[in-house]
Design a protein around this ligand. Sequence first.
Ligand SMILES: [Zn+2]
Length: 584
Amino acid sequence: MAGTIAIKNGYVFDPLNEIKGERMDIFIRDGKIVKELSAAELKNAKVIDASGMTVMPGGVDSHSHVAGAKVNAGRMMRPEDHYKANLKKTSLTHSGSGYTVPSVYKQGYDYAAMGYTTVFEAAIPPIEARHTHEEMKATPLLDMGGYLVLGNNFFLMRYLRDGDIEKAAAYVAWMMKTHKTYGIKCVNPAGVENWGWGKNVSSLDEANIHFEITPREVIKGLTEINERLGMPMPVHLHANNLGHPGCYALTKDSLKIPDGVKTRQNMDVEWAETKMDPSRDRSVYLTHLMFNSFAGTTWGDCESGVKDIADYINNKDHVVIDSGCTPFGEATVMTGDGPAIHDLYTLTGNKWSNTDVEMECGSGVIPFTYLKSNPVHSLQWAMGLECLLLINDPWKTIMTTDSPNGGPFTKYPEVMTWLMSEAFRKQTFSECHKWANDRSELGGVNRELSLYDLAILTRANPAKTIGMVHRKGSLGVGADGDVTVYNINPQQLDPNNYEALLRTFRKAEYTVKGGEIVAVKGEIVSVPEKRTYYSEVHVEDEREKEMLADVKEWFRYYTLGFANYPTSEKYLENPTPIKVNGER
Ligand SMILES: [Zn+2]
C-alpha cells in the first residue's frame, strides 16, 4: 500500500505532542499519521526498524531562498558556484549542480537527504510569482509555499498613507489569491522604495520620499491587516537598517510596534492532533535576527547586540525569530533589501546585481565568503548562535542560515551541532578571530540544546509559527506522514563527540515523506508527489470590487496588462489552497 509504513521502536521526539524521547512506534497509512495499522495493513506495510535511533517529524524550513528571480540571478551570476558541486543523473533522479545556489533538482534532493520535507520560499515579488512557482514546481520532493513581498508596494503604501485599512486588507487578500502565495513578507519597509531614488531610511520615523509613509506606519499597518484577515502566519519582518553597526536598537524598536496586537488565525483546515494548542500566538516573526543585531557605531567598534534583543524577547510573548546563522564558508547574499546589498558591494567590490521590481519591491545579489580569520565574520558566527542560545524559550526561535545568505542550507548540520555541543563551539572559537569571543556573550554560554529542543527549532516551531501545524511539524494523528530517522541513540548521546553528530545530521538514516521512504543514508530512493500551499483569503465581494477599481486604474503604470497579472494554478504542483476567512 503506497504511503503505508511502520517505524518501530525508535526514540521519538515530537514536541507538539510533548513526547520527549519515548520508545514507540509510528504508523502511517495513505500518507497520514494514524494511531495503528490493522494486522492486514501491517502485513503489506513497509517496516523501518528504528531501534536505537532518533525519530522526529520531517524537517520544516520556514525561511529559505530557493526559487524565483533573485535566486536564479544568483545561479546565473555564479558559474563558479556550479563547478564545486555536481550531481550525476540516475535512473530516478535528475542531474544538478551548484553549492550555495544549487539547481532546483539538486536542492530538493539535498534537503530530503538531510531529513527535510517542507520548505517555504522567503520572498516572492508579486510580479515574479509565476516564475517562482515554476521553480518550486520543478523542485522535487519538497512541499512548498512562499511569502509575498509587500513592505514597499505602491498600492499598499498609498492605502496606508490614506488610512484606508479596509481597502489595504482587501488588496492583500486579493494579492494572496492572485499570486498563490501564503503570507505577508515585509522587507526594509519604506526603505526599498527610497532605494529607487538612491536612498534608504535610517529610522522608524523617517518618511519615504514619494509616499511620505514611515517604516513604523508600514509595520503597524501590515500587522493590523494580517490579524484582520486571520492569516495563517504572523507578518514576516525583515527589519530596516540591516547589516549596519548599531542596527540592533532599531530592530528592538521595530519589535515593539506589534506588541499588544491581538492575534487572530482564522483558517478553515482539519487539524492534526496535538497536545499543545496549535494556534498561532505571535504577532511578528522577525527573520535573520543575526543580521539585524549589530551594536557599536562603525565596523571598527562593532559588537554583538543580540543579548539586548534576547532580553527583550525573553520578557515578551508576541515575538518569534529565525536566526540567520553564518556557518563560515561560501554564501550568496540575496535579499529584497537592495540598499543593504549595495552597502555590501561597496565593502567588498564583489560582482553585484540589483533589480527594481516595478511598483512592488526590489532586490540585490552578491557572492560572499565568511572567513574564520575575519573579525566581523567571526563575530557574526557567534551572534547567529547567540540568537538561538540567549533566547530561553525554544518556542520563540527557529534555526536557519537564511540560506544562502549566511551559508547554504546544507550547512545546517554544523549549526545543529554547535547548538548541541559546547565542545564544538570551543573548537571553533580556537580557530577563528578573537572578536567572536571578545565581542559577544557566546563564550560564556554553556547551554547545550537537547534533541527535543532541536526538534522544536527545526520542526515543531517553524510549522507552528507559519500556521502549518495542521499537517506539518508533528507526529500527531492526522499529520502528514513526514518523518526523519537519525542514527543517534539518545541514551548514548555524547555532545563532546561532535564529529559523530555532524555525520549523523548530514545524512538522515531515513527520510519519509507522506509515508514513503524518499531517502536512505542520504541516497534518494523515491520521488513521490509534492504540494504547494497558498492562502485563499476571503473578503466581502463588495470590498474587493471597490479596491479593484483603484488597482485597475493604477495598472497603466505596470509593464503588463491586468489580465496577465495573476498566476494561475497550472503553475503550481498539486495546488493546495488554505482557506482563510478574512471576514470579521
Ligand atoms: Zn531571507
